[in-house]
Design a protein around this ligand. Structure first.
Ligand SMILES: Cc1cc2nc3c(=O)[nH]c(=O)nc-3n(C[C@H](O)[C@H](O)[C@H](O)COP(=O)(O)OP(=O)(O)OC[C@H]3O[C@@H](n4cnc5c(N)ncnc54)[C@H](O)[C@@H]3O)c2cc1C
Ligand code: SF4
Ligand code: SF4
Length: 397
């Protein structure tokens, strides 16, 4: 397995490598250099050592894991405050299809404290079994302890495929675990499939600024790991009659961790979660002036929806990045999506095109947004928004 190795007999503890490491990933302990977990294998330290005491060990090209030792599909069931995230049923729905195509079991992995009731829900959404690890230290997500335990479980049970949500937690956990297991990870997948002959996971995601879709495979290493954005896959309806096993594996709890969660602060401006909202009202550059963005917020407020935005207005500083919808923002899948003065660039569509109903307001009848819109209103966005606000107020208040 690739890695950075200190040849301790040659190391005199001079510390030159510590200064050379851009990631602060080397410590001198008992006059010897010690590589830390956050090493990225960049190799910058190798040439800094005048004693030839550091070597970068590379994987042999073409070297493969024993693929036959890996079986089954796993879903990481992230939880917050004891409730599993909305993306988890979506992953279980997709994982079920993959597991059925491979003729394997679908398992969920739930780490937390006092979350057994959630484990049963995971079975109702399609899991055949749940690996449940409960401990007070796992009550809240912590990069280090979660990565440690998840890696232990994968190394022991050897799943063929591991899916995580492309959420803040999943995006932090997935790469750490993949790196420890020396396997690949495809981030932000929008479609998954199986090549049944080679038992390969076909991981499709936008590439080159969203201008083409790339299908990525991981032929030599296991597990095959992917993160999937929330709201891209449809969640199945729960079936409370489903039965499955809850497995409580023994794990070595990590000792002192460097990361400590001191406090969790919810974004105050977010009245309704953008990714969970049934109605999203989004504004773009066509609003013409930052003060007109208030109309978008007003309409969202009346409808009990969340506020979204195009990157153009986020970059212009009209609204916080947390509202950005699209390839480099959030993916939403509401029942109704209002695109107000948004052109419909591919990067924006990547974040909202799975919405059930899209209502677009644009003065240009040829704007690309109309190609994906269910209903289109051609006109001045400020005028149309004012009219919609007045009408919804009349009907709803
Ligand atoms: C790598 C990369 C990642 C990106 N990620 C994202 C992303 O995550 N999200 C995102 O949104 N973009 C993203 N972009 C940017 C994207 O390409 C577009 O530039 C952006 O979406 C445009 O925002 P807009 O539609 O608000 O503005 P514009 O493209 O300028 O469109 C404004 C629209 O408003 C209309 N209009 C103008 N005046 C009026 C009026 N008075 N009434 C009605 N309509 C009017 C115009 O006809 C036009 O269609 C990304 C780009 C790159 C290269
Ligand atoms: S530069 Fe070389 S000899 Fe000096 S501490 Fe680092 S590994 Fe050891
Ligand atoms: S390989 Fe890069 S990150 Fe790792 S210890 Fe050396 S300089 Fe630091």
């Amino acid at each position: 397995m690739a890695g950075i190795r200190i040849i301790t007999e040659k190391c005199c503890g001079c510390g030159l490598c510590v200064k050379a490491c851009p990631f602060d990933a080397i410590r001198i302990v008992d006059k010897k250099a010690v590589i830390q977990d956050n090493c990225t294998l960049c190799g910058a330290c190798v040439s800094s050592c005048k004693f030839g005491a550091i070597e970068l060990v590379k994987d042999e090209p073409g070297k493969r894991d024993d693929l036959s030792a890996y079986r089954g599909v796993w879903v990481f069931a992230e939880q917050k405050d004891g409730a599993v995230a909305g993306v988890v049923p979506e992953l279980l729905g997709e994982g079920r299809k993959l597991a059925d195509q491979l003729g394997e079991q679908l398992s969920a992995v739930l780490l937390g404290d006092g979350v057994e009731a959630e484990a049963r829900k995971l079975i109702s959404f399609g899991a055949d079994n749940v690996y449940l690890v409960e401990h007070p230290l796992l009550k809240q997500f912590n990069d280090e302890s979660y990565a440690d335990i998840f890696t232990q479980l994968i190394s022991r049970y050897k799943p063929e495929i591991v899916l995580l949500g492309a959420t803040t937690y999943g995006r932090s956990l997935g790469p750490r675990v993949a790196s420890r297991l020396n396997t690949g990870l495809t981030a932000d997948c929008t479609k998954l499939g199986i090549d049944p002959e080679r038992r390969l996971l076909l991981q499709t995601r936008p590439a080159f600024g969203g201008n083409l879709m790339a299908t990525i495979i991981c032929p030599n290493h296991r597990p095959q790991m992917s993160t999937v954005r929330p709201k891209v896959m449809k969640a199945p309806d729960p079936d409370p009659s489903r039965t499955g096993e809850i497995i409580r594996p023994d794990v070595d709890m990590p000792g002192e961790t460097r990361v400590k969660v001191i406090d969790t602060v919810t974004t105050l401006c977010e009245k309704v979660s953008l990714t969970e909202a049934d109605i999203v009202v989004s504004g773009g550059r066509g609003l013409g002036d930052p003060k007109n963005f208030a109309l978008v917020e007003e309409l969202a407020d009346i409808l009990g929806g969340a506020v979204g935005a195009s990157r153009a207005v986020v970059d212009a500083g009209w609204v916080d990045y947390s509202h950005q919808v699209g390839q480099t923002g959030k993916t939403v899948g509401p029942r109704v999506y209002f695109a107000c003065g948004i052109s419909g660039a591919v990067q924006h569509l990547a974040g909202m095109s799975s919405s059930d109903t899209i209502i677009a307001i644009n003065k240009d009848p040829d704007a690309p947004i109309f190609k994906v819109a269910t209903f289109g209103i051609t006109g001045d966005v400020v005028e149309v928004l004012k009219a919609l606000i007045a009408e919804f107020r009349k009907r709803l208040e």
